[in-house]
Ligand binder design. Structure first.
Ligand SMILES: N[C@@H](CCC[C@H](N)C(=O)O)C(=O)O
Length: 297
């Protein structure tokens, strides 16, 4: 029997089970994809959009390593809301004793900076998310010209959807709409997620431009379905809105779970995302030896 301590956390409603596996004991008890499916189940598990593992960094340039799996057990490269939860977890548990942390992810270096109150509790986190990728091949998105442009995608039902493909370490398809309330996010999101023009599948953001500093967004996430928020998606949305002339280089992105402030710093070409991170509860998982069928929470 292995006992795993976990923290259930959320960043504007995008929720995660965060665990420290620097000693590898969690992975030895159960492979991460299987663990993700089991823990994220909202009826038979803890319930979350993904699991996040704290791992030792593999080089001198980073303080720590961030590993994330979606609720369907697929591995993701990066997660903007998860990164704020991760930084709060590291700081409040004294795993890292500095406010600015260099984090190794599958998508490269990400640098969160925690804002803590007098008691040391982290209330918000500002994250340097790095530069957006607007080369189709790198997103990856199958397109004729390797430039960041709005492109037409032919759907199986005969309709055509205009998307702006943006990479934030993970792939995003940004779709601008007149009225978000008229969008069938689940149906259109799922169809675009698995569209052949996105060979690594994609996250999908539906955006209504409210004004030149406010974007309203609903999201369908690769490997997780509809979620209340997506941090990398909000960065992709601001990038797409700015390069298509819809906003300046700053916007508040209003999501179902709350707001994120996104700033595209043109002097570094990096996107800076600021938002809250919260602890929901902590607990212990008991995993039986073998296939983990008797897992208890
Ligand atoms: N919710 C996240 C993104 C999580 C990963 C995504 N589903 C993927 O597979 O790329 C965020 O806040 O960025």
């Amino acid at each position: 029997m292995t006992q795993i301590l976990f923290s259930k956390m959320q960043g504007i409603g995008n929720d995660f089970v965060v665990m420290d596996d620097r000693d590898g004991s969690i992975e030895a008890a159960m492979p991460y994809p299987q663990l993700a499916e089991k823990l994220c189940d909202r009826h038979f598990g803890i319930g979350a959009d993904g699991i996040i593992l704290v791992k030792d960094s593999e080089d001198e340039d980073h303080d720590i390593r961030f590993v994330i799996y979606n609720s369907d057990g697929s591995r993701a490269d990066m997660c903007g809301n998860g990164m704020r939860c991760f930084a709060k977890y590291l700081y409040e548990k004294n795993i890292i004793d500095k406010k600015q942390i260099r984090v190794q992810t599958d998508a490269g270096t990400v640098v969160p900076e925690v804002v803590a109150d007098a008691s040391g509790r982290v209330t918000s986190v500002k994250v340097d998310m790095g530069p957006p990728v607007m080369s189709c091949r790198q997103v990856p998105f199958v397109c004729d010209k390797d430039t960041a442009v709005e492109a037409s995608v032919d759907m199986a039902d005969g309709s055509t959807v205009t998307v702006t493909a943006v990479g934030m370490g993970n792939p995003h398809a940004v779709v601008f709409v007149k009225d978000l309330s008229e969008v069938d996010v689940a149906a259109q999101g799922r169809a675009l997620e698995i569209h052949p023009r996105f060979p690594a599948k994609t996250n999908v953001e539906f955006i209504q431009v409210m004004d030149d500093q406010t974007l309203k967004m609903k999201v369908w996430e690769r490997g997780a379905g509809m979620t209340l928020a997506c941090g990398t998606g909000a960065c992709a949305a601001l990038t797409a809105a700015h390069i298509t002339g819809r906003t300046g280089n700053y916007a508040t992105v209003v999501l179902d779970g709350g707001d994120l402030a996104i700033f595209w710093d043109k002097s570094t070409n990096h996107l800076i995302k600021t938002g809250p991170a919260r602890l929901v509860f902590e607990g212990v998982i008991r995993v039986s030896a073998g296939n983990g069928a008797d897992t208890e929470f």
